[in-house]
Design a protein around this ligand. Structure first.
Ligand code: ZN
Length: 233
């Protein structure tokens, strides 16, 4: 019967699944994930810094047009003061001078701020690059270590994997597919008993939905809660 076969398959595969899980939570794997996380954190930081650089360059372009404005101002101011015969004109000329100086001072301040920030960003990015290079090196080392570790585990599991291959041939592909879908979602074991109206996987009471579908030993149905397959034993 199909169900017995898949249950046998599952029982063996649970050993592989357990070994995978253990490996995934090993120090080496944790370290690999941590480095990957750190690496993408720094890469995101570089992205946001280059975005800021773009914005600063846009600001610099704006300042360039402000410089044109200053030049125009200069032309207007560049007159012989002694030729001004009207006091109100002289007063307005003086006010323009003050405004001109203010414009120069504020432009200098803005320019200093932008170029200063650009310089900071440059060295920040450089530091980040260096850190990323170091992380990359560390990542390669730990990745190689983990690969070797996994090979070691896999070698030990090889006879089991071979047995599973043989068993698989006698099981409906649809059941195998269902099994691996659940396995992928870490709903393991995937095939569980239906006992007293409960799913033995998620523990939910599912007698209303599933009860009418199960009549005799070996009947099975999908749990509406966790999607595992529940069977009558
Ligand atoms: Zn369930």
């Amino acid at each position: 019967m199909q169900l017995n076969k898949i249950l046998e398959y599952q029982e063996l595969d649970m050993k592989i699944y357990g070994a995978e899980k253990k490996f995934q939570s090993s120090d080496g794997k944790r370290k690999e994930l941590y480095i990957r996380h750190k690496f993408s954190e720094k890469s995101n930081l570089i992205n946001s810094l280059s975005q800021e650089t773009d914005e600063l360059f846009a600001t610099l372009t704006k300042y360039a047009s402000k410089l044109n404005e200053i030049e125009d101002f200069e032309k207007d101011l560049n007159i012989d003061v002694s030729s001004i015969d009207d006091l109100s004109k002289l007063d307005s000329h003086n006010k323009s001078l003050v405004k001109y100086e203010e414009l120069i001072t504020s432009s200098e301040r803005d320019l200093k701020r932008v170029t200063g920030r650009l310089g900071d960003i440059k060295s920040e990015i450089q530091k980040l690059h260096e850190a990323m290079l170091a992380l990359d090196k560390e990542y390669r080392t730990i990745k190689a270590y983990n690969n070797a570790k996994w090979q070691e585990i896999y070698q030990k599991l090889a006879p089991l994997i071979e047995k599973l291959k043989q068993l698989k041939n006698g099981i409906e592909p649809e059941l195998i597919k269902k099994y691996y879908d659940l396995r992928k979602n870490r709903k393991m074991p995937a095939f569980v008993e239906y006992a007293d109206g409960n799913c033995a996987g998620c523990g939910m009471q599912i007698s209303i939905e599933v009860g009418p579908k199960l009549h005799k030993k070996g009947d099975y149905a999908e749990c509406p809660e966790c999607r595992r397959i529940v069977y009558l034993s």
